[in-house]
Design a protein around this ligand. Sequence first.
Ligand SMILES: [Zn+2]
Length: 286
Amino acid sequence: MRALVSPQCTYADVLNTCVNSISCATLTQRINAITTQLNNAAQDFDTKAVTADLFQIQPFFGADTDNVVGQVTKKELKGLYTYHLVPAKKPARQYYDQIMMQAPLRICPFCGFGQVTTLDHYLPKAKFPLLSILPKNLVPSCADCNKGKSAGIATSKNEQCLHPYFDQGHFINDQWLFAEVIHSSPATISYFVQAPGHWNASDQARVNSHFDDFKLANRFSIQAGDEISNLRGELDIDFQISQQAGVEQALRKKYAGASLQHTNSWKTAMYQALAASAWYCSGGFK
Ligand SMILES: [Zn+2]
């Protein structure tokens, strides 16, 4: 997981620009009539996000044609995103692009390796239509993370995956992602979560939820498999020069480099495990 700086655009900017681009006068009127409720929902999101209580926001279980608030349907609220924020020719697209740019190098903050191609609704718009264009509910994401998570919604604090704008500090700085070397040929890497014992129980549960929701065990292993096949030739040279100690040193350097950048990346955990594996360093890499 990578932390992101929250989007700079305000909800008022995004909402006004989207509403101003609606061509149907009665829809504009009906949406303007629920501005207070929209702002209240946004404020409630902000308050609950800070204490990781977003799961307390009540989902809307009605159909697309049902009114969510006042005379505005779920379909119309979702449409603010689909027809007024996303399309390239709409004026609010500037905010969509701004939010996409929150992810440095366009790397997905949820998995830490995928390429950002979309905005993920942290609380999905199908169940939280009042939050469909709230900037802090929109997180740049890769397609796999976006698809992977859309299935369910958290019903308790523990089930909430990490939110890159709000869950920072110890989630980023303390190591909770680890790996193990599997003695296969070629070697493979198996990932697991082990949150620091001094964390509170819900934070410990949440990193596990994050790891499971985005199916990171399997996705990280695939990334590691590719890296391991590239390593073989390089480590062969280290081994010829200074045997097991040379391989171990080369891997320690890579671990140090990766860990300086990101404590909880698949790469950091992988190099940490490889450097510590006598089996791998003494020839398992071949
Ligand atoms: Zn991702």
